[in-house]
Ligand binder design. Structure first.
Ligand code: PMP
Length: 405
């Protein structure tokens, strides 16, 4: 079988393997706790359900304009105005099948072979792979001070004449960090000055805790959407917990949106009509849904943080947003895949190895689950990793036996 060189270079995800193993264990009735979820547990907002079922009931479900329905674009324009104080034209907006497709369309539309894209570690797993899929080169910048706050001078040093774009994701998956206003301001000024695209992946924009705010890039440029180098990515997946509807969008200058529309037209055509109706329903419905979701996730964050504080030998930064925490487990070994496998085998807790995000020795814990499960998961991990803990404990009626790794 002949497989392209490019396709061969796309990384297999150890997370999927771990999830498969976890699924098998669950099917066998084992009390597995899954801390990998990249989605909140809530039900879709009622306004999303109603507007998509109305579309289904019509039965007239067809292709829509490639770049999205007029009604959804109108709702996105309003969202952009309310969230960012910017008013894009419909031609500045392209709706895609998830923010993921929006990002891919952007990269495909701006990159020539060997162009470089700066990615800040820890990073969302798909960024480097997407860049490679567009024949670009990911350039990873990892903060030297071990914090999750990227440093502008370190980013600047990584810029070369081939740098086409910098991707910024704040609030950040997987660290939960919200980047400082100074960093965003410096990056916007730098990119506008140098003509480098600044791709702001704002998918977790509203999931910020303790009264903080994730400052939007737009706050630091006077240029209008037509002339700025900022490209803003968003979607309903995290905002409303509507991952399965697969609706995201990008805001950029008209020319770029036109090119992205051609790319999308030749690959997937329009995003699904029923999902677009759902996204429109969510965006035009009661926005208290997002606030309720944020509050329940903040509560979960507090539970996780309190539990993690009792864990000696691990270090972590308290998440300021998203639903992820990325503790440093290097005291327990250098391979995060081995550690994640061990935690699954011994503690029946599924986690994501930090190596996937460019942070070897770290483990990503998602706190979207039930509060009770979060506490229990940490306690099981503590037990599994503590050499002085009793060798056997019972979880429900299941006897767990600890093996030192
Ligand atoms: N960006 C980041 C940082 C994400 O974590 C995700 C989803 N895990 C996405 C983009 C993609 O979101 P969507 O479901 O809209 O494709």
């Amino acid at each position: 079988m002949s497989i392209s060189q490019l396709a061969r270079e796309i990384k297999e995800s150890p997370t999927l393997k771990l999830n498969e193993e976890a699924m098998l264990l669950k099917e066998r009735g084992e009390p597995v706790i899954n801390m990998t979820a990249g989605e909140p547990k809530n039900k879709a907002p009622i306004t999303a359900v109603l507007s998509s079922t109305a579309k289904l009931r019509e039965g007239d479900v067809k292709y829509t304009p490639v770049d999205g329905t007029r009604a959804l674009k109108k709702a996105i324009i309003r969202y952009t105005e309310e969230t960012y104080g910017r008013m894009p034209a419909p031609e500045n907006v392209i709706v895609s099948t998830g923010a993921k497709q929006s990002l891919y369309n952007v990269l495909f539309s701006i990159l020539n072979p060997q162009d470089e894209v700066i990615i800040l570690a820890p990073y969302w797993v798909s960024y480097p792979e997407m860049v490679k899929m567009c024949y670009g080169l990911p350039v990873i910048v990892t903060p030297e001070d071990g914090s999750f706050q990227p440093r502008f001078d370190e980013i600047e040093q990584a810029v070369s004449s081939y740098t086409k774009a910098i991707i910024v994701n704040s609030p950040n998956n997987p660290s939960g960090a919200v980047f400082s206003e100074d960093l965003i301001a410096d990056l916007v000024e730098f990119c506008e000055g140098r003509g480098i695209y600044l791709i702001m992946d704002d998918i977790y924009q509203k999931l910020v805790f303790d009264g903080r705010r994730a400052v939007p890039g737009y706050a630091y440029t006077d240029r209008d959407i037509e002339n700025t180098h900022l490209i803003v990515i968003n979607g309903v997946s995290k905002l409303y917990g509507m991952t399965g509807f697969r609706i995201g969008w990008a805001i950029a200058n008209r020319k770029l949106v036109e090119v992205m529309t051609n790319v999308q037209a030749q690959t997937t055509s329009s995003p699904p009509a029923v999902s677009q109706a759902a996204a429109e329903g969510a965006l035009t419905g009661m926005q208290s849904v997002t606030e309720n979701l944020r509050l329940s996730i903040q509560n979960n964050r507090d539970i996780l943080v309190n539990e993690l504080r009792t864990f000696t030998d691990i270090h972590f930064h308290k998440p300021e947003g998203t639903f992820y925490c990325l503790p440093d487990f290097r005291a327990y070994g250098s391979s995060s895949v081995e550690l994640a496998r061990f935690l699954l085998k011994k503690a029946l807790v599924v986690t994501v190895p930090g190596g996937e995000f460019g942070m070897e020795g770290y483990i990503r814990l998602s706190f979207t689950g039930a509060a009770k499960e979060i506490s229990e998961a940490v306690n099981r991990m503590k037990w599994a990793l503590d050499p002085n803990a009793p060798n056997e404990i019972y979880i429900g009626d299941r006897k767990m036996v600890r093996d030192w790794m």
